[in-house]
Design a protein around this ligand. Structure first.
Ligand code: ZN
Length: 428
């Protein structure tokens, strides 16, 4: 769904209250489930119910109290993004005046994002929450191109409600300005192995699936994708550590479940230089075999790639409940904000993987594919998903579940990783 269709029913300049969009309820339930499964998951306080504006301010209204938000501007095209903490994406807002479009998305399980495309350069000069926490009022003003650009460089302005402190009689400024920092999340981070110094690049290896999510079943009795992905991830970690050129962290080192958004958040919060998600494919046709590599795109390269995205993104769905809390329109917003450079680096790495794997691992003919995969959507970490082979093909399954096969796949990926960083070092 895009913003234009979402808000088309609303009058010019004034967003009226909106009934709950379909899917919101399931997202709410999904987030409750998330909370059950993951003790550090955030408490969701509210959802956005309207976005109003006039020439000098933007007002977001919520159906509950909110106390943290931030805003930042980005260029090409010029946009104002507003992130609301502990909130669910809602709706509201009509393009017009200074705004060409208004879009809503769930940036991560605890952050709702509104993106306003700007008809002219505009900056946020101040902001505060209403006393009951149900409104965020941002002051905006027209800016010169230079001033807008300096606001882009400055990064995020944060707004905190003074509600909690005010009740103790304190007088507190409503807003503080800080540079764009890492996302604030309560995720426990895995151990980084391979030295404490930050000189060596950091690779985060993500073993697909785990816990209650087995992934694809295998033609080999009782074997599941989640076990093959973990074995290959561990083999890759060990080889990388033995070689000593990079630092390594694993999203999971045992049989546990993580939602997709959390896997990529781990990479972001560790400031990883590369994120590699390990999977194994499945197909109705038992002859289908070979490895392939996926990088992020909002347009799938073909029908198979589109189906794969549905299949792998499904890891967050349990009994129809979306544990990841990703809004359906989230992809367009996130990809919009994704730096092109990140996608280019990911693609270049996919090329190296092809070169290194070709000798030792059977590959699909169309080796590098593009798909909208949730796990790859870290805007600032080059990311690839490797389908190491087909669980549904007997030859591939033998490779995927044998010690020798796992070592061979890990060895090829390790070589590609080392070539990647050697190349990047040379380019510096
Ligand atoms: Zn998978």
């Amino acid at each position: 769904m895009n913003g234009a269709t979402m808000v088309s029913s609303m009058g010019i300049g004034h967003a009226r209250d909106h009934s709950w969009p379909s899917g919101l309820m399931s997202r709410l339930i999904g987030l409750m489930f998330l909370w059950l499964f993951i003790p550090f998951a955030p408490v969701i306080a509210a959802s956005i119910k309207s976005v109003d504006y006039d020439t000098d301010r933007v007002v977001l209204r919520f159906d509950g109290a909110v106390n943290k938000a931030s805003a930042f501007v980005i260029e090409k095209p010029n946009r104002l993004a507003i992130d609301v903490a502990d909130a669910i994406a809602g709706s509201g807002g009509v393009p017009g005046g200074p705004f060409l479009s208004v879009r809503h998305g769930q940036y991560d399980p605890s952050t709702a994002r509104v993106v306003l495309e700007l008809a002219k350069p505009i900056i946020v000069t101040d902001g505060h929450f209403s006393e009951d926490g149900k409104e965020l009022i941002l002051s905006i003003s027209n800016a010169t191109v230079d001033k807008f650009r300096s606001a882009v460089t400055k990064g995020r302005t944060r707004f905190n409600s003074s509600l909690a402190l005010a009740s103790f009689g304190g007088s507190v400024r409503n807003s503080v300005t800080v540079p764009l920092g890492p996302p604030e999340r309560g995720l426990p981070l895995p151990r980084v192995q391979g030295g404490r110094d930050n000189d060596r690049p950091l690779v985060v290896i993500d073993a697909g699936h785990g816990g209650h999510d087995p992934g694809a079943p295998s033609v080999m009795e009782g074997r599941q994708e989640k076990d093959a992905t973990l074995a290959i991830a561990l083999a890759l970690r060990d080889q990388l550590l033995a070689s000593g050129r990079v630092r390594v962290a694993l999203t999971r080192a045992d049989d546990r479940f993580l939602v997709l958004g959390e896997r990529r958040e781990i990479a972001r919060r560790l400031k990883a230089d590369l994120f590699i998600s390990i999977h194994a494919d499945s197909a109705p046709n038992a002859d289908a075999r070979g490895a392939s590599v996926y990088t992020l795109s909002d347009v799938a390269s073909d029908k198979v790639a589109a189906q794969l995205a549905i299949k792998e993104n499904r890891a967050d769905i349990l009994n129809g409940v979306n544990l990841g809390g990703e809004a359906s329109d989230v992809s367009s917003i996130l990809i919009d904000l994704t730096q092109r450079e990140t996608m280019n680096i990911s693609s270049a790495f996919a090329g190296l993987l092809q070169r290194e794997m070709a000798d030792s691992v059977p590959m699909r003919q169309r080796y590098h594919q593009f798909a909208s995969l949730v796990v790859l959507k870290a805007p600032d970490v080059p990311s690839v998903l490797i389908e190491t082979g087909y669980m549904t093909n007997m030859d591939d399954a033998r490779t995927l579940f044998s010690h020798d096969g796992q070592q061979r796949i890990a060895d090829a990926i390790r070589k590609a990783i080392e070539a990647h960083f050697a190349r990047r070092l040379a380019q510096r």
